[in-house]
Design a protein around this ligand. Structure first.
Ligand SMILES: [Zn+2]
Length: 345
């Protein structure tokens, strides 16, 4: 089958398009004929590699995807050949106490599709039954591939971790990112007031279309903490900050929060090390929580809203499988608004 893979770690020039074997499904797995894949920053990290990541090569990349079931394992009764499906890219052992109690993200073997298992940028992908979600036959495959990773991540951050309530002030950095554009919609759907940042006039308009109440151009207004406090939150401060930027924004996030506020972090696109004023944390009784991916239950909750048309995956650009390298380069430059997709077939 045709696939995008690496044979060694390095820069984007290590990504190859070529033929690899079609995966063999086990009794509890299905083989999906991929229609669309979607890019995530994880792809760039996997291509580069990190200490401790040992992959058997070649390795097929891609975490998000949608398609049609081609083959079902012998033990499977809930899915059939021909079903249209999307994928939860969060993989866990399914046997430990955390998995059995529905806390799959806390499984010691938790990983993401395309990280150490072959991913979606291929004509076929093999997926465990529990990670497959049937979609209506009239739901578009491109949107079905664009939604899972970012919407499930944003959903857990705001609901389980952030304990979002009606009328909360939610602050979201970098509105154009996949998780951020999902978080804007989810926060609005749940009745919050959303303040976001971004860097261009065009992106400000798009963030407002998604429902953001106020969008700050962080390139023009370098220090916006006072403005947010006095002008936008009526001297209340922010209830929940969604931060996947890290180094460049973490101290600002802490400053923005009201007493008792929550900072939820799920990524470090600007780098992992930063200086923070710890005094702010205890003086304001802040909660700082990590979050990555989501449990199977959370995935199904948010996807119900997506498939019902209440939340809308935002697609920025679609590339063909042959152009994976160019698409990853585009993602790494950070100029997109929403998801970058790969049309596989
Ligand atoms: Zn487990």
């Amino acid at each position: 089958m045709k696939a995008a893979f690496i044979k060694e770690h390095g820069d984007l020039d290590k990504v190859q398009i070529g033929e690899v074997d079609v995966p063999q499904v086990g009794p509890n797995e299905v083989l999906i004929e991929t229609k669309f894949g979607a890019l995530n920053h994880l792809d760039l990290f996997v291509i580069r590699g990190w200490p401790g990541l040992t992959l058997s090569m070649p390795h097929v990349i891609g975490a998000d995807g949608s398609g049609i079931i081609k083959e079902v394992g012998s033990e499977i009764s809930t899915l059939s050949q021909g079903d249209h499906v999307t994928i939860n890219p969060g993989l866990s052992c399914g046997k430990c106490n955390m998995c059995l109690s529905g806390q799959q993200v806390l499984c010691k073997q938790f990983s993401i599709l395309g990280e150490n298992k072959w991913g979606t940028f291929a004509q076929y992908v093999k997926i465990p039954e529990i990670n497959v979600l049937k979609i209506p036959k009239d739901y578009p495959f491109d949107k079905a591939a664009a939604a899972p990773l970012t919407f499930l991540t944003a959903w857990r951050m705001l609901t389980t971790q952030g304990k979002i309530k009606h009328d909360d002030f939610v602050f979201i950095h970098g509105a154009g990112g996949g998780v951020s554009s999902a978080a804007i919609q989810i926060a609005k759907y749940l009745g919050a007031k959303v303040i976001a940042t971004t860097s261009t006039v065009e992106k400000i308009e798009k963030a407002k279309e998604l429902g953001a109440d106020h969008v700050i151009n962080y390139k023009e207004m370098k220090d916006y903490t006072k403005f947010v406090y006095t002008e936008l939150t009526n001297k209340q401060g922010i209830d929940i900050v969604i931060d996947n930027v890290g180094q460049a924004t973490f101290q600002t996030s802490i400053q923005l929060l009201r007493p008792g506020g929550r900072l939820i972090t799920c990524g470090v696109t600007s780098g992992p090390f930063t200086k923070i004023n710890v005094t702010n944390i205890f003086w304001k009784h802040l909660e700082i929580k990590g979050s990555t991916m989501a449990n199977q239950g959370e995935f199904r909750e948010v996807m119900q809203l997506v498939l019902a048309g209440k939340l809308h995956p935002v697609i920025d650009k679609i590339y063909t499988l042959e152009k994976v390298k160019e698409s990853e380069q585009y993602l790494s430059e950070g100029n997109q608004f929403g998801k970058v997709l790969i049309e596989v077939s």
